[in-house]
Design a protein around this ligand. Structure first.
Ligand code: APR
Ligand code: PHB
Length: 393
């Protein structure tokens, strides 16, 4: 069996795996990224699109933000719309950047390959071994069966990956909540009908107006998890979006050709701890957030920022203190982001078992958030991203 060696073996070329590999490379630490899907698939898969200020700053600081600076759309607020009226939440000087996840993936893959980084696609049958020892290995097939020896394994293989499920039974505790609804999402070739994102609460359910570029809109509708996309012809989708985003203020939704549509379930999941021996879980492999707060990608980047810093300390000084604290450090942020995503989700969606009291309460909450300076500041602080304390990166 062909045998090779690296310092950090990374499973998965999503934002977590690629960013980790990039951050390590900048400090002279070698890694190999193993990805089961094709490069084209990774570069075209439609996912999230909102980057926190801290994520943007890190990408720019580490030399992968050139295109993002040119093409990203910087926003300084969002709108919460309810009872037919829009209310702007100002970010108070900070911002978010609209930049599609798959564009970021393209930039990261290019940066790694330009630097002669080892990122391998179309890898089959990845299995991880001996991560409870100082000599973990990863086995896989790329044509032949191969073995990669490493000092550490980073499980960046998303929620359906193999790393988390290889951890022996009884080690991990899973905390989860599944929501009784899903999002029907579309991509449409039409200029966004608003300069900023609109989160709408409506008696028929939640709707969101987002965008990918000055010519492409991204919109979502709350639906049931069992909904069949075949029952949603384009005209029905636009009609429902018109109804839920309706405003008494003369605003109009611009419609256009739908180029992609799909349904995504919603849940909150955290596994604890995020480490077992020399296996470190990062990103969706360790946690899922509902999309309402736009946090999934940002949380994945936050994890690998912590992991990169811990590995850099280990390789430069032999000290394991930051590695030992990896899970604890990440989970403090993860739980705060879970709380925010759950709160946004609960405030804005209709629940099947809610009653008029619950609806009045939701409207009061929206009224409070949009009229209290303290409450809107708190939303803004979480939305643009909680601060980091990692001057080392
Ligand atoms: N072997 C190798 N690669 C795998 C395996 C496997 N057995 N299983 C999954 N993968 C790959 C997937 O194909 C994917 O490219 O791991 C990668 C995981 O990437 P993401 O799912 O994007 O997860 P992550 O990097 O943690 O980023 C989280 O992505 O899903 C969105 O909304 C989510 O924005 C969040 C972000
Ligand atoms: C998106 O543009 O895909 C998007 C924006 C905001 C969210 C979720 C998704 O809260």
């Amino acid at each position: 069996m062909p045998f090779s060696r690296t310092q950090v073996g990374i499973v998965g070329a999503g934002p977590a795996g690629l960013m980790l590999s990039h951050l390590l490379h900048l400090q002279g630490i070698e890694s190999v990224v193993l990805e089961s899907r094709s490069r084209q698939h990774c570069e075209e898969r439609i996912r999230a699109g909102v980057l926190e200020q801290g994520t943007v700053d890190l990408l720019i600081k580490t030399g992968v933000g050139e295109r993002l600076k040119r093409e990203g759309l910087v926003h300084h607020g969002i709108e919460l719309r309810f009872a037919g009226r829009g209310h702007r939440i100002d970010f108070g000087g900070s911002g978010i950047t609209i930049y599609a996840q798959h564009e970021l993936i393209k930039d990261l893959i290019k940066a790694r390959l330009d630097a002669a980084g080892q990122v391998f696609f179309d890898i089959e049958d990845v299995t991880i071994h001996d991560f409870n020892t100082t000599n973990p290995t990863i086995r896989f097939r790329k044509g032949d069966a191969q073995e990669l020896a490493c000092d550490f394994i980073a499980g960046c293989d998303g929620y359906h990956g193999i790393c988390r499920s290889t951890i022996p039974e009884g080690v991990l505790t899973t905390y989860e909540r599944t929501y009784p609804f899903a999002w029907l999402g579309i991509l449409a070739e039409v200029p966004p009908s608003s300069d900023e994102l609109i989160y709408a609460y409506h008696p028929r359910g939640f709707a969101l107006l987002s965008m990918r570029s000055p010519t492409v809109s991204r919109l979502y509708l709350q639906c049931t998890p069992e909904e069949n996309i075949a029952n949603w012809p384009d005209e029905k989708i636009w009609q429902e979006l018109r109804t839920r985003l309706e405003s008494d203020e003369g605003w109009k939704l611009t419609e256009g050709p739908i180029i992609q549509k799909g349904i995504t379930g919603m849940r909150s999941v955290v596994v604890e701890p995020m480490q077992h021996g020399r296996l470190f879980l990062a990103g969706d492999a360790a946690h899922i957030v509902p999309p309402t707060g736009a946090k999934g990608l940002n949380l994945a980047v936050a994890d690998v920022r912590v992991l990169a810093r811990a590995l850099i300390k280990f390789y430069s000084s032999g000290q394991t203190s930051l590695l030992d604290d990896y899970s604890k450090t990440c989970l403090r942020r993860v739980w705060k982001v879970q709380r925010f995503s759950w709160w946004m989700t609960s405030m804005l969606h209709r629940f099947a078992d809610d009653n008029p009291f619950d609806q009045r309460r939701q409207l009061a909450e929206l009224d409070y958030v949009t009229s209290s300076r303290a409450a809107s500041k708190s939303l803004a602080e979480n939305y643009v991203g909680l601060p980091f304390d990692d001057s080392a990166l």
